[in-house]
Design a protein around this ligand. Structure first.
Ligand SMILES: Nc1ncnc2c1ncn2[C@@H]1O[C@H](COP(=O)(O)OP(=O)(O)OP(=O)(O)O)[C@@H](O)[C@H]1O
Length: 254
């Protein structure tokens, strides 16, 4: 059984058709990268995977069951803009995820449970290369370090799917290369399933095991919202001619 099953899925906001008739299965362990022109519904698709948005029609299953209608710990998300708490230390930012998981009402743990959470959070910080920054505050971190913290926050909850929405878009090229190495390492070591949106086709093509391209194939110049995006390419990474990549590159640049 696929981890995610999408059949004849449509998403509309009023009369704006965003996604039309999507069909795909995502298997556990895949690293899917998602590219497409601005506004074609990539983030909307991630939000449906997260449980923040529901499809208008169609089948959307997680582990063969209807998608939970609320975000759950089985899905973690990292956005381009950092979503850390500025008044908490790096360590506390990561511990918070564990505390809310184990103590949903109070969001606090005590005694042994707190010590265990602290050790777990510390191990996660070491894994993302932030061990030495555990007692700093987010404002004292560079952009790349803040993004490492966001990833640690998501991963400490051991999600089945890690959703990344242009996580490295705001970073310098050198730092971005470090982050690529980090995310590939975490993906491999933690048997993660990753769905990542990027604007950068080469990033998508370098990182994933599978490249998905969303694009509108039908256009009505008098009613620009009448048709939604479809999956125009669904290709395994590492097995594609340069000419196909050039073709995709043209479609995603708007
Ligand atoms: N909550 C909402 N209510 C109404 N319309 C929305 C909502 N969220 C998104 N949309 C619309 O859905 C369409 C797709 O938006 P979305 O953010 O998913 O695109 P995107 O491909 O991620 O774009 P970008 O690459 O620019 O981030 C846009 O037309 C947007 O205006």
């Amino acid at each position: 059984m696929s981890l995610v099953t999408v059949k004849n899925l449509w998403k509309e906001y009023g009369d704006n058709v965003v996604l039309e008739n999507l069909n795909l299965n995502i298997e556990a362990g895949e690293f899917c990268t998602l590219v497409g022109p601005s506004g074609c519904g990539k983030t909307t698709f991630l939000k449906m995977l997260l449980g923040q948005e529901n499809p208008t029609r169609g089948t959307f299953l997680l582990d063969g069951k209807p998608f939970p209608e609320e975000p759950g710990v089985d899905r973690g998300i990292v956005f381009q803009r950092y979503s850390v708490f500025s008044h908490l230390s790096v360590l506390k930012n990561v511990m918070l995820g564990i505390e809310f998981d184990q103590s949903p009402l109070m969001g606090r743990l005590f005694g042994q449970a707190r010590k265990a959470a602290e050790a777990e959070a510390m191990a996660m910080l070491e894994a993302v290369g932030l061990g030495d920054a555990a007692h700093k505050y987010p404002s004292e971190l560079s952009g790349g370090m803040q993004q490492r913290l966001s990833i640690a926050q998501s991963l400490v909850k051991k999600p089945k799917i890690l959703l990344l929405d242009e996580p490295f878009g705001a970073l310098d090229p050198g730092i971005r290369a470090d982050m690529h190495a980090l995310i590939l390492d975490l993906w491999e070591k933690n048997n993660l399933t990753v769905v990542m949106v990027t604007h950068d086709l080469h990033e998508g093509f370098y990182l994933g095991t599978r490249l998905l391209v969303f694009d509108k194939v039908r256009h009505d110049p008098h009613a620009p919202n009448a048709y939604g995006a479809r999956i125009t390419y669904d290709i395994p990474v590492g097995d594609t001619r340069e000419s196909v990549l050039e073709e995709i590159d043209k479609t995603i640049k708007v």
